[in-house]
Design a protein around this ligand. Structure first.
Ligand SMILES: [Zn+2]
Length: 355
């Protein structure tokens, strides 16, 4: 049986829509019929050669996968509770299960031979994909979540969730405090919601360089928004003072990863403030050492999320507490849509949907 798949035939080239054979699941694998696969800026970056990965071409990217079980491998344990026709999402971090990080439950940080679907193992820009059974999470049909809503939750909805948990863990948020979510793209549109849900009552301010994206932030619960385009740190402090009564912030979740944005957020942090970065765009940033040492400010990276983080996100979504800003697109439009992602022209998340 054949299927349609969008494949890389090399770096810096458009994807080809190819007819290829449907993969056969190994003994402990599940054949998943892909119903939706989210499009991430990191897909654009993967094709552009940003990541130090050694892919074998032709290669199918796509790491935000929701679908249904089409076939179970011969040795898939009954304890998975999976059967044909079940709705599932793919937990994207496929650790080797043996290193220290995997034993801590942080398979997304695997330092051994693990990887991530769509960045090594073939991904979801295809009608079918095979997945080791332990990386599937069954979704209750009663939850009323459509595949195009579920798919982005495994990265765009997951990554800022883990980042916001890290910010909360610093203990710097609370009533009268200010938490910023900067970069309101696919991740940030969820990030502002987690700032409200997990921010312990802190005032939520969204930063972006586009008014359309700031509209999404407001719809998703941001108390205030600031368009940062062309503004100096002093101008930002003045606007913050006007909006919140204070010219500084206590926490920032940077979803853009742009050095400009990280440096701006760092300069606005008050004493003991925390900056968490989940975005990947530039290569390096400069932070003032004296500010970080003398005021005990902190910076930390936060990468994707682990299995339990994802089950928490799915629980919030099942309770109807997550807003989805999603545009379904067809596989044939994938190159055009990836180009828009690269230019930063996308509001919310684009998701490839299959019939
Ligand atoms: Zn590992």
């Amino acid at each position: 049986m054949d299927m349609r798949a969008a494949r890389m035939h090399g770096y810096k080239q458009p994807l080809h829509i190819d007819e290829v054979q449907v993969p056969v699941p190994g003994p402990d694998e599940v054949l998943v019929k892909v119903l939706a696969c989210g499009m991430c800026r990191s897909d654009y970056q993967l094709i552009d050669g940003y990541f130090p990965l050694d892919l074998t071409f032709p290669y199918i990217p796509g790491h935000e996968v929701a679908g249904e079980v089409a076939e179970l491998g011969s040795d898939v344990p009954g304890s998975t509770g999976l059967s044909e026709g079940d709705r599932v999402v793919v937990n994207p971090a496929w650790g080797d299960g043996t290193c220290r990080q995997c034993h801590e439950g942080n398979e997304q940080l695997c330092t051994g031979s693990g990887g991530w679907i769509g960045f090594g193992p073939p991904g979801g820009f295809a009608e079918y994909v095979t997945v080791p059974s332990r990386h599937l999470i069954r979704i209750d049909a009663d939850a009323g979540l459509e595949p195009h809503q579920l798919a982005p939750l495994v990265d765009a909805g997951l990554t800022p969730y883990r980042g916001m948990k890290k910010l909360r863990a610093t203990g710097r948020l609370g009533p009268g405090r200010t938490v910023v979510v900067s970069g309101i793209g696919g991740l940030g549109s969820y990030g502002v919601q987690y700032a409200k849900l997990l921010g312990d009552g802190a005032t939520v301010v969204a930063f972006a360089r586009s008014d359309d994206k700031l509209d999404v932030a407001r719809q998703n619960g941001a108390d205030h928004t600031i368009n940062t385009r062309g503004k100096t740190p002093d101008q930002m402090r003045a606007e913050l003072r006007e909006l919140t009564g204070r010219g500084e912030i206590d926490g920032a979740l940077d979803c853009s990863g742009a050095p400009q944005s990280l440096e701006l957020n760092a300069s606005l942090l008050g004493a003991e403030g925390a900056l968490v970065s989940v975005g990947l765009m530039g290569t390096s940033v400069e932070f003032p050492i004296f500010l970080f040492v003398s005021g005990e400010r902190t910076f930390s990276g936060s990468f994707w999320g682990n299995y339990n983080d994802l089950t928490e996100v799915l629980a919030l979504a099942a309770q109807g507490r997550v807003k989805h800003t999603v545009t379904p697109v067809g596989l044939d439009d994938i190159n055009d849509r990836l180009g828009a992602l690269g230019r930063g022209d996308v509001i919310g998340r684009q998701v490839v949907v299959f019939d």
